[in-house]
Design a binder for this molecule. Structure first.
Ligand code: FAD
Length: 337
């Protein structure tokens, strides 16, 4: 599914000293005092590089999160900064915090998950350090060579960086988190807190809640697109099929923009990246921006009435037909086992 291999070399920054020993700072996320396990993909990526891996967490009463992280496989040390100003992960004050701790620890690599937090934070960190940032890394070839998608995943770029510190966000689905923990627990250390002021204030958030599996990490995903025609039809057809498969629900951007599904369910370039065992979609054409977020799924099954729809070119299993007939039939068959 990858189309072309390109190569480029990023310029070297002259303002930082050359560091020799490989050491990674893995930026971890906490939500309301709980470690976001998805962010541990930064640790997996750090282990892949070799050298030591140090975790970094900040927020109020963050010791509990640091202790959780310290049990993670391959973690050598966890640096924590206990300050409520970092609870919501605002990049404006988190970036100077991270920079201070990177300078103190002398790391060669700084890695975060390619999440909303990582995508907002690391470009600022890279700018403050006067180095390049490399986004959405899918694989690590060596300590300075990384593979990432470009043109909405339509081409794959191999990029070599000569910067003294590599600042990377990594694709969660490409660096799965190890369930296993180490027999020895990593040490926990207090980091430096520059207490930088933030021009941005966190006011409130309105989060969609669901009992279904989390979309980004679910083993199965059922997605609906504009072909569903309305929110009523989306709600009537997609959740029962997802329930029958024990799957998370996803949607195309067109379905989200049309109000059929919540924004948090969008899969694709500007939505979530998923790589489940099964990605089953109905009424989705397969625009490149959608494929960018799901084409690494192990098995792709698509229902579309148009035999020429691009989704059927990447699907392992395709059903050309009317989804209003096929989806209820499939749901019934799955329910009967
Ligand atoms: P359509 O393209 O309209 O496809 C609907 C499909 O349903 C058609 O193939 C049709 O044959 C089929 N259909 C209709 N009726 C039936 C029926 N009764 N039975 C069976 N099949 C039927 N899109 C994303 O999804 N995610 C992103 O993150 C994203 N990011 C974007 C970023 C940018 C910068 C841009 C420019 C676009 C982005 N898009 C994204 C939008 C993307 O280009 C497409 O417009 C979008 O994915 C189309 O959604 P869709 O497949 O649901 O709708």
């Amino acid at each position: 599914r990858a189309i072309r291999l390109l190569s480029t070399t990023l310029p070297r920054s002259s303002s930082l000293p050359i560091l020799r020993l490989l050491s990674t700072l893995a930026v971890l996320e906490q939500i309301d005092g709980k470690l976001n396990s998805g962010s541990l993909c930064a640790v997996t990526a750090g282990r892949k590089l070799g050298g030591s891996v140090t975790g970094f967490v900040a927020g109020s009463n963050v010791k509990v999160v640091a202790e959780q992280a310290a049990k993670g496989k391959g973690m050598e040390k966890v640096v924590m900064v206990d300050n409520g100003a970092y609870d919501k992960g605002l990049a404006e004050n988190f970036a100077p915090l991270l920079v201070e701790n990177i300078k103190k620890g002398g790391y060669t690599h700084v890695i975060a998950s390619h999440s909303a937090f990582g995508k907002s934070l690391l470009p600022r960190v890279a700018a403050l350090l006067d180095v390049q940032q490399i986004s959405d890394v899918m694989s690590i070839q060596s300590e300075d060579t990384f593979v990432r998608p470009i043109y909405a995943g339509n081409a794959i770029l191999t990029v070599q960086s000569t910067d003294p510190i590599k600042i990377l966000t990594v694709r969660t689905t490409s660096f799965p988190v190890s369930e296993a923990s180490d027999s020895k627990t990593a040490s926990i250390e207090e980091g430096t807190d520059p207490k930088a002021p933030s021009p941005t204030e966190w006011i409130s958030e309105d989060l969609a809640t669901s009992d279904r599996p989390e979309l980004a990490t679910a083993g199965r995903v059922v997605s609906g697109g504009r072909g569903l025609k309305s929110k009523e039809e989306f709600d009537k057809l997609i959740p029962p099929l997802a329930d029958a498969l024990g799957a998370a629900i996803g949607a195309s951007r067109a379905a989200v923009d049309s109000g059929f599904a919540d924004n948090s369910l969008q899969v694709g370039q500007t939505g979530k990246n998923v790589a489940p065992q099964l990605y089953l979609c109905a009424g989705i054409s397969g625009a490149i921006q959608h494929l960018a977020g799901m084409k690494d799924s192990k098995v792709i099954a698509a229902i579309n009435k148009d035999a020429d729809a691009p989704i059927l070119q990447v699907a392992d299993v395709g059903l050309v037909g009317d989804l209003f007939k096929a989806v209820p039939e499939l749901t019934e068959k799955l329910k009967k086992g």
